[in-house]
Design a protein around this ligand. Structure first.
Ligand code: YSA
Length: 347
């Protein structure tokens, strides 16, 4: 009787404490207190031997039944708390799978590459083929065949980055004009090519000068080509790129490989022609040099200057973009600033 009563009070207390336990560590403590090696129910079972023999079977059955009941209650409560704990953690880490994902950073074509594609299309419609040439050049193509002998002061205009100093004149091309001779040596007239690509100069940098920039060379050679053809082609280019409202200007200029020579400018898009640091207060920005191919250049590649004539031009590609899209510093193109580049991404 005494045994029944003490088991009954252990049961009551154990179940009450189990219900009150509200986290997993507490449940573990509870298990140790009642069912562990030194738990109350375990100690009770161990103490059965001290009871009178006739009471032992009933007390043993009752204690075992309590042990099974408490173990089941413990397992039920533990599972309930574990599930609640999991729910709580999941709710804390909630991921809303319906939210739009983060867009991956996808590269796009550089504004210079886009302009090269655009120029190639414009010139293709006027019958020009796009070709490419080497950026590391010999002095022969960069200068000699363009009627600029080594002692000629005009070489000073192109401050040259030398690649080889041991005697052979190997340079980073200072302009795309070496492709004039290379193209003519490889083909018979008629010739109509444009050559986009990089040029390098040992140059003091400012808003309109970079040491590495891009040019688009143009060359047309045939019978009876005149200066009017040159002006017509460049005027059409300006109309397509800048629209019919923008003013263009041709002025006499000197290049050893043309006669006559001109510089080709467009009114400054940054200041609307009023004068600013980009156009050096002139209201105009030079886009390129041009002219009628010098007879010595034609003769140098084996063309008969008495039969053939031609025009050529070399345009600054960054400057064309500056004047079309209002970029006020040429250094932005190679500056790797994504804020600048992204402005052209959807263009
Ligand atoms: C002239 C006559 C021809 O029959 C053919 C081509 C030429 C152009 C010549 N080869 C030349 O390079 N002339 S240039 O030194 O005046 O450069 C042409 C254009 O390239 C410039 O008008 C400018 O638009 C661009 N440019 C030149 N130096 C630059 C530059 N752009 C950015 N930074 C620089 N440092």
């Amino acid at each position: 009787m005494v045994v029944q009563e003490s088991l009954g009070s252990i049961r009551e207390r154990a179940l009450a404490e189990l219900n009150a336990a509200d986290d997993l560590p507490e449940i573990e403590r509870w298990e140790r207190a009642y069912l562990g090696a030194r738990g109350e129910v375990t100690l009770f079972l161990r103490s059965l031997g001290s009871l009178p023999t006739e009471e032992r079977p009933a007390a043993g059955r009752a204690a075992n039944a309590l042990k099974v009941e408490l173990a089941a209650a413990h397992e039920g409560r533990r599972r309930g708390l574990a599930a609640a704990d999991l729910e709580r953690r999941l709710a804390g880490d909630a991921v809303d799978v319906t939210l739009p994902g983060r867009a991956p950073l996808v590269g796009t074509a550089h504004p210079v590459s886009r302009m090269i594609d655009e120029l190639s299309e414009i010139f293709a419609l006027m019958g020009f083929q796009t070709v490419f040439g080497p950026e590391v050049e010999t002095g022969r193509y960069n200068f000699d065949l363009l009627n600029i002998p080594s002692d000629h002061p005009a070489r000073d205009v192109w401050d040259t980055i030398q690649v080889e100093t041991s005697g052979a004149e190997i340079v980073l091309r200072t302009h795309t004009s070496p492709m004039q001779a290379r193209t003519m040596e490889a083909t018979e007239p008629p010739v109509r090519v444009v050559v986009p690509g990089r040029a390098y100069r040992y140059e003091a940098q400012d808003a309109s000068h970079e040491w590495m920039f891009h040019q688009l060379e143009g060359l047309a050679v045939d019978e009876r080509i005149t200066m009017a053809d040159l002006k017509g082609v460049l005027r059409e280019l300006a109309r397509q790129l800048f629209g019919p409202e923008r003013r263009i200007r041709f002025r006499c200029d000197f290049f050893p490989f043309v006669e006559p020579g001109v510089d080709f400018a467009v009114d400054c898009a940054i200041c609307g022609g009023k004068g600013c640091r980009v156009c050096k207060q002139t209201g105009w920005l030079e886009m390129g040099g041009a002219g009628m191919v010098h007879p010595k250049v034609l003769g140098g590649v084996g063309y008969d200057p008495a039969r053939y004539s031609g025009f050529a031009f070399g345009l600054g590609i960054e400057r064309l973009i500056m004047m079309r899209d209002g970029v006020d510093d040429v250094r932005a193109f190679a500056g790797n600033d994504l804020r600048f580049l992204r402005q052209f991404a959807g263009a």
